[in-house]
Design a protein around this ligand. Structure first.
Ligand code: ATP
Ligand code: MG
Length: 392
């Protein structure tokens, strides 16, 4: 019955010139999302509105699911779109609409008419009142309530006429492409995919980097990260995932530095490498899944020491979240099941039994001087040999 969707977005944040950027990005992201859905669709921008027209047969649920993953969309309204063939025709269409949408339901409603086409021969109040009467005649089980109706039937009279009454909530946020690009440190865990999702939701395009330590971490562990990147990409659009071979660096640190400092030193090298890849790719920040106190490497002291090597902003959207809150989002965005697959993580393999939880920056810097001989070359090689996988 629906051949069109009206896309609602939060307009408050987008005054003036930004509005065009926002709408254009939204249209582009909707087109991208619908490419993965069977059928032919047209996405148009018309007098401050975005519409999706369905030009062929399509699966309603599939289209709605795809649109629910497009950031910037606040509401998805399935619309019945008709030609203006006079009021009688409109009244027939409206009665038919109500009969199909709410058959036999004892609900309250009101009609809200917007007359954008000022040459329409009736005023909007008159249209609403008249349509309300026709609906009551056809469906005596319905009742009118102008203050708190269960159904608000919108009738918009433009060149053509739009009828809708349902709004399916969208994900909110801002369309990808409206806010630059950032580099996500993506591990196989629960947290980092959620962190990427949250920053993408603000309109930020995502690249990702994964530190791989073969043969200590398997091909399957790497595949799991690729799978997670693909799941996040359903929201963020294609992710260019850099897979960095971190083995030699880890072994070198293991060989030269105190074992209780391994994790923190490793994390400092991860940040340094991620930052250099981020600069190459034109990213404006790094993203991690860190949350204060979650593990030894995420105490305030550890975070401070890790952060000390970063000159680029590091976005940690989960910083104040409890694990359960993160899990809830992971479940919602469908990454949880993949994240809990039991594959080894490069950090856990070299982890000491008792890692420092309050690392001292001076002491860490002193330990790092023991790496002077080879570390620059190893880092350089790791960056140069990084493999890029496009995940979409
Ligand atoms: P996650 O659930 O995201 O793996 P975690 O609770 O395991 O996080 P850590 O292992 O301390 O926590 O990692 C903290 C953050 O560092 C991760 O959220 C991620 O952003 C980054 N990170 C950790 N390991 C890797 C890796 N092998 N490759 C890329 N990034 C990583
Ligand atoms: Mg992890």
């Amino acid at each position: 019955m629906f051949k069109m969707f009206l896309i609602k977005y939060a307009e408050i944040a987008i005054k003036g010139k930004n509005r065009y950027l926002f709408e254009d990005a939204l249209v582009e992201q909707i087109r991208h999302a619908l490419k993965q859905v069977e059928g032919s669709f047209e996405v148009t921008k018309e007098s401050g509105r975005v519409y999706v027209s369905c030009l062929s047969e399509y699966d309603f649920d599939e289209v709605v699911e795809a649109l629910k993953r497009v950031f910037g969309i606040v509401g998805i309204c399935p619309v019945v779109h008709i030609e203006d063939k006079g009021f009688e025709n409109l009244a027939d269409e409206v009665v038919r609409y109500m009969g199909q949408m709410y058959p036999g339901q004892k609900k309250s409603f009101k009609v809200m008419t917007r007359r954008i086409k000022k040459t329409y021969p009736m005023e909007s109040m008159e249209v609403s009142a008249e349509l309300g009467g026709r609906i009551l005649d056809a469906f005596p089980e319905l009742s009118v309530d102008v203050h708190e109706p269960q159904i608000v039937l919108h009738v918009e009279i433009r060149k053509t006429i739009y009828i809708y009454s349902e709004t399916i909530p969208g994900p909110g946020g801002m369309p990808i492409g409206t806010n630059g690009k950032a580099m996500l440190l993506l591990s196989g865990g629960i947290d980092s995919p959620v962190a990427g999702y949250m920053i993408a939701k603000r309109g930020v395009k995502i690249d990702a980097v994964y530190f791989h330590a073969p043969p200590y971490t398997s091909e399957r562990a790497k595949q799991k990260v690729v799978d997670l990147a693909k799941l996040v990409a359903r929201y963020s659009g294609p992710i260019h995932l850099k897979v960095v071979n971190f083995t030699d660096i880890q072994l070198y640190i293991y060989d030269k530095c105190p074992h209780d400092e391994l994790t923190i030193i490793m994390r400092r090298y991860m940040m340094r490498i991620a930052q250099s890849l981020a600069k190459e790719e034109g990213c404006l920040g790094l993203i991690t899944g860190e949350s204060i106190g979650q593990v030894a490497s995420q105490t305030m002291q550890s975070l401070a020491v890790t952060n000390e090597v970063c000159t680029m902003p590091v976005y940690r959207p989960l910083i104040g979240f409890d694990k359960q809150e993160i899990v809830t989002i992971a479940e919602k965005i469908d990454t949880y099941e993949t994240s809990i697959l039991p594959f080894e993580d490069c950090c856990t393999i070299f982890v000491a039994k008792h890692p420092v939880t309050k690392p001292n920056l001076k002491s860490i810097q002193r330990s790092e001087t023991k790496l002077t001989e080879n570390i620059d070359a190893l880092v350089q090689t790791a960056i140069e040999t990084a493999e890029t996988i496009v995940c979409e």
